[in-house]
Write a protein that binds this ligand. Structure first.
Ligand SMILES: C[S@@+](CC[C@H](N)C(=O)[O-])C[C@H]1O[C@@H](n2cnc3c(N)ncnc32)[C@H](O)[C@@H]1O
Length: 312
């Protein structure tokens, strides 16, 4: 299958990253290498781009696309949560820009055998990293009812989380739930017909399972501070998120990095001693233009936020 990811907010990312020819950059989610191509294009021989992805198929596609840039580009098969640790181990002391374009790629969604799409009949999987032991199959077939309901409610904001979890548990007692279409049937019977108007009934459950399977919110939360610390003065962290839970994490982490003071507002001056790490460049998130949203419907929910590291 062709890797045909159209980079979201491409122009805005390039402007925000403001790549210097001799700078060092991280693409934490290289995917098909669309954004990385733009970054690598702007680098000179002294510049470096470190590309991460937890999906070996994405890395293979990006490797091919970025081959022409030779030793300017380096690849790592790892979760971006480990990017700073991996680079430090390789002697890199800081970078001038980091991009995270989180979530699934079109390739993963469109490739039925990966089990990300409720529109294709496939084994339940949803692992971005196929070396991980936990897939959607284990979550659906092994998790306790209460835990399933919590995940669907918290990560999918699914109103019928309790009913879906209950029906999953009673159906799997008869036989394991193996495929996306089997799961779709259970979700459908759990949501009253008149409440099914808001998109595909499986949309929220699939989002929740994907987030749980890939620990998407946890790795995002665990990464932001360390990435800001790894930026050189004036360097920027750019994060594109696709759903409100992720965007809230980014917004709050950036706000705290800008203003970490925990003193009560009644105090005339700060006594907690916490220092700002820099400033939020985007007071409001950058979203796709009407033109981009029209051309690429996956860009519609995208929100880009940018943080700039202060001078030392
Ligand atoms: C939306 S695509 C990125 C597309 C890319 N910006 C481009 O222009 O082609 C997201 C990619 O990030 C990867 N990914 C998501 N979460 C990740 C994580 N925590 N660590 C490493 N890779 C991740 C996915 O496997 C996928 O290939």
């Amino acid at each position: 299958m062709e890797f045909s990811h159209i980079p979201v907010l491409y122009k805005e990312v390039m402007e925000g990253m403001a790549v210097r020819a001799d700078g060092a950059y991280i693409d934490g989610t290289v995917g098909g290498g669309g954004h990385s191509s733009g970054i690598a294009e702007s680098l000179g021989d002294g510049g470096r781009l470190y590309c991460f992805d937890q999906d070996t198929e994405a890395l293979a596609a990006a490797g091919k696309r970025l081959e022409k840039f030779g030793s300017r580009v380096h690849f790592y098969h790892d979760n971006y949560v480990n990017a700073v640790k991996d680079l430090k181990a390789d002697g890199v002391t800081g970078v001038d820009g980091i991009l995270l374009d989180i979530g699934v790629s079109s390739y993963q969604l469109d490739n039925p055998e990966r089990g990300f799409s409720y529109n294709e009949d496939a084994p339940l999987d949803m692992r971005m990293n196929r070396e991980n032991p936990l897939s959607a199959y284990e979550i659906v077939n092994d998790y306790e009812e209460k835990e399933l309901a919590r995940i669907l409610k918290e990560y999918g904001e699914e109103k019928f989380a309790g009913r879906i979890a209950k029906n999953i548990v009673s159906e799997r007692a008869k036989a394991p739930i193996r495929t996306t279409f089997e799961l779709n049937e259970i979700i459908k019977m759990s949501i009253p017909a008149k409440m099914r108007a808001d998109g595909h009934p499986s949309k929220r459950t699939y989002q929740a399972l994907r987030v749980e399977c890939n620990r998407e919110l946890d790795v995002l939360k665990e990464s932001i501070d360390g990435m800001i610390d790894f930026l050189n003065p004036g360097g920027r962290l750019l994060i594109i998120s696709f759903q409100s839970l992720e965007d809230r994490i980014v917004k709050n982490a950036f706000r705290t990095a800008e203003n970490p003071c925990i003193c009560p507002p009644s105090l005339p001056q700060c006594v907690c001693g916490r220092k700002s790490k820099g400033k939020v460049i985007t007071r409001h998130p950058i979203t796709a233009s009407a033109e981009e949203a029209e051309e690429n419907r996956r860009s519609k929910p995208a929100k880009l936020r940018i943080f700039e590291k202060g001078e030392a």
